[in-house]
Design a protein around this ligand. Structure first.
Ligand code: ADP
Length: 478
């Protein structure tokens, strides 16, 4: 890109110094126009008229301070590069701190370097001009900072995120003051060190008094001395959702614990009176049964039947409540051995029903032994209970899928309508009456609770008449 000859504002009290600078600049930057300002009046005029592409200022001025002059130029012309060119040695460091575009000592080497330094600043600004359009539309806040964390420049998104009316309101503000104290320290340490921060989540104290959330990044700004680029990515909506979720999860956790405690207490307290009812009904039948008419005996048998159904319910409820509250720590468990143990517990049903039970080689995973045995026992027990008229075959297998093992318990029983495939994992959810198939409707709820305690999930794939396959996952590394 061909550059127009630059117009340079030169602020210096000394006429000879201005002249010398004019000579080196004219030689190295052909066509460059020097606009001199030697006192407050001419500076004010030049500033008002504008039209310069860069400014060079001495630090020591009889009528002002060079840093003040630089700040004024930047405030009025935010895109204009400003160089400090000074014979005051201590001025150079301060100029760097203030984030000026370059600082040069006013000595023979400085004079020689001045045109090159100006050229570089102008080129950089040229690039920045086209980049500015991009920065303006970026949905990420971008800020240039000096070594102390003071804001030098910003894009519109940074202005919005920090709740400032405009970019000028932020210039000179310490970004650290907008952050939580802990992150403020992290930022200062990064600025004093390698100048790099990656993805710190920060709470922002906005200029308008509000609060915001952002992910803060920091890196040295290429092509500058001692300037840094901070990025602020708006994570407000994500943070709000996270907080809502945490609240909901803790409420759910509390509700669940209370429910389990309630189920435990209720079923526990039911045990004793229930035991008494059945015991006395049985005693009554033994002692006075013979003296009773047939109808009386039948009534009493109903009482005993109902008592034993209620006892099953109480036992299952207790088993359900115990999963969360009385689980054992996880240990390495051979799932094949767990299946064998479950099958041994169901031996009577399996032998009597001539069940063809087969299993593949199964993995060893971290789990609660008692609960996994119960899980297989419930699933195999259901397969036996909901068998069809065909000889029953049950097959248990496992397959590694990513971070999980997926187990399958497959039968060729009566199957389930797909519309009920979620409901059956709820408490007391049954698809049949007690006369058709005995049960409490808690078995699969227990399975679900056990699998979830292990960090997995459970589901069924089935169609009526086509058998059922119950799947569940267990993390490979729990
Ligand atoms: P229960 O067996 O006590 O009825 P579950 O919670 O174990 O309760 O099962 C809920 C319902 O899911 C059962 O009533 C039955 O309708 C259905 N079900 C469970 N396992 C099977 C299976 N292997 N085949 C067909 N239906 C099943």
């Amino acid at each position: 890109m061909a550059m127009q000859p630059p117009r340079i504002l030169l602020v210096d009290d000394s006429a000879t110094d201005r002249e010398l600078a004019g000579i080196v600049l004219a030689r190295e930057l052909p066509g460059a126009e020097i606009l001199a300002a030697g006192d407050a009046m001419s500076f004010a005029e030049r500033l008002a008229r504008g039209g310069f592409d860069a400014a060079v200022t001495e630090r020591r001025l009889a009528w002002s301070d060079g840093l003040q002059v630089a700040a004024t130029i930047r405030r009025v012309y935010p895109g204009c590069p400003v160089l400090l060119f000074s014979s005051a040695q201590d001025a150079l460091l301060e100029g760097q701190r203030a984030g000026l575009d370059d600082v040069l000592p006013k000595d023979s080497s400085g004079y020689l370097r001045l045109p090159g330094a100006l050229q570089r600043c102008l080129e950089r600004r040229g690039d920045a001009g086209s980049a500015e359009v991009l920065l303006g539309s970026l949905p990420v806040g971008v800020l240039a900072l000096d070594r102390d964390g003071n804001i030098l420049r910003t894009n519109p998104e940074a202005v919005r995120l920090l709740g400032a009316g405009n970019s000028e309101a932020l210039v000179g503000d310490d970004l650290g003051q907008r952050l939580d104290p802990a992150v403020r320290d992290t930022l200062s340490r990064a600025l004093a060190g390698d100048g790099v921060l990656r993805g710190e989540e920060v709470r922002l104290q906005r200029l308008d008094g509000g609060m915001g959330w952002a992910r803060l990044g920091l890196s040295p700004l290429p092509g500058t001395r001692g300037q840094y680029q901070a990025t602020l990515e708006d994570i407000g909506s994500y943070k709000r959702r996270e907080q809502e979720l945490a609240r909901e999860t803790s409420e759910l956790g509390r509700a669940n614990t209370e429910l389990e405690r309630f189920a435990y207490v209720a079923s526990h307290d039911l045990q004793q009176p229930l035991g008494l009812i059945t015991r006395y009904a049985r005693l009554f039948l033994e002692r006075f049964g013979t003296g009773l008419e047939e109808e009386g005996q039948r009534y009493l048998e109903h009482v005993l039947d109902s008592g034993s159904r209620l006892q099953d319910l109480v036992d299952d409820l207790l088993a359900y409540a115990r999963i969360g509250t009385q689980g054992r720590p996880f240990e390495a468990l051979d799932f094949g051995a767990a299946v064998d143990e479950a099958a041994a517990n169901l031996e009577a049903e399996i032998t009597a029903g001539e069940v063809g039970l087969s299993r593949d080689e199964l993995p060893t995973l971290n789990a609660d032994r008692g609960q996994v045995v119960q899980l297989f026992q419930n699933l195999i027990g259901n397969a036996v209970k909901f068998r069809s008229t065909e000889p029953l075959r049950i097959r248990i297998s496992a397959e590694r899928q990513g971070d999980d093992w997926r187990f399958a318990v497959q039968d060729n029983g009566i199957g389930i309508e797909p519309e009920h495939s979620e409901r059956i994992f709820g408490m007391f959810q049954r698809l049949h009456t007690g006369e058709e198939y005995p049960g409490t409707g808690i078995g699969l709820a227990i399975c679900k609770s056990i699998v979830e305690r292990h960090g997995g999930r459970i589901w069924v794939e089935s169609r009526p008449g086509a058998g059922s396959t119950f799947y569940f996952t267990i993390p490979a590394q729990a």
